[in-house]
Write a protein that binds this ligand. Structure first.
Ligand code: AKG
Ligand code: FE2
Length: 259
């Protein structure tokens, strides 16, 4: 890892490498890994395919999902890569972060996200990632693997400002509903309280099936909070409660001020 990146990481996270992305979920217990050697990459052999049916979430500008991003085989390959690298091993650990040079499977995910976006109709009305984001190098240089046991989720948050715009989340194993709520609700909520009214707009549910990827940028990234509540009664889709199993996700982001 070069000195500049090290300095930025120290500034962002302090000297302790186990400092957490704690605004999102203080309970997350994590493993932090730095600077993976790229030596085994060579000419990357794709373990993923190229599926690309993107669906914009109409209520939220800057949010889209590709539901068939990874096939069942590709999901198995990704999970086995995570397993081999020790991300899924310890039950005591439910979050692992990595900065700098990403492992081959994450570079491959980044590559196919970029390819899929560039090959899609990335027009203005349903823009998946604007060109300044999709063209940046590297596309992502930070990843988090989150492992959620049944009943575990992540509380409502906007991702930290130390990360640039343009975030991707790949879902594996259990399906779940992610809810989005506007940041401005907090302000509206306070004003309404003064008037002895309490109005909050409905949350927007988005089903994250295994193998899907969501892309968030602009309003979706900065003006909306996202959360996953897997407590009983909250994971309903089409009037059915989702059968909860372990869920694993991979979040790809880019730290501000890095090249
Ligand atoms: O697990 C997920 O799908 C979301 C993770 C997330 O929002 C985060 O790490 O900031
Ligand atoms: Fe997040």
């Amino acid at each position: 890892m070069d000195d500049e990146l090290k300095a930025i990481l120290r500034e962002a996270f302090g000297d302790s490498s186990s400092d957490s992305d704690g605004e999102a979920s203080p309970e997350r217990r994590e493993l932090v890994q730095f600077n993976h050697s790229n030596s085994e990459i060579g000419r990357p052999q794709s373990i993923f395919g190229d599926n690309s049916i993107w669906e914009p979430i109409s209520e939220i500008n800057g949010l889209s999902i590709c539901r068939d991003f990874l096939s069942a085989d590709q999901q198995r390959s990704l999970l086995s890569a995570l397993e081999k690298e020790g991300y899924l091993g310890e039950a005591s650990q439910n979050q692992a972060m990595r900065f700098g040079d990403l492992p081959p499977w994450a570079l491959e995910l980044s590559r196919i996200i970029r390819e899929n976006v560039l090959l899609s109709d990335n027009s203005k009305e349903s823009c998946l990632f604007p060109s300044k984001l999709i063209g940046r190098e590297p596309l992502f240089n930070q990843l988090i693997v989150n492992i959620y046991q049944p009943g575990e989720g992540i509380c409502a948050h906007v991702d930290l400002m130390r990360f640039e715009d343009g975030i991707a989340i790949v879902s594996l194993e259990s399906s779940c509903v992610m809810h989005f709520s506007p940041v401005e609700d907090e302000v509206v909520g306070k004003c309404q309280e003064a008037n002895h009214k309490c109005v909050t707009s409905a949350k927007i549910p988005v089903l994250l099936n295994p193998g899907s990827v969501i892309l968030m940028w602009g309003e979706a990234r900065y003006q909306w909070k996202h959360e996953i509540n897997r407590k009983p009664g909250f994971q309903n889709w089409q009037e059915q409660e989702i059968d909860q199993k372990r869920r694993t996700s991979v979040t790809l982001r880019r730290l501000c001020g890095t090249e």
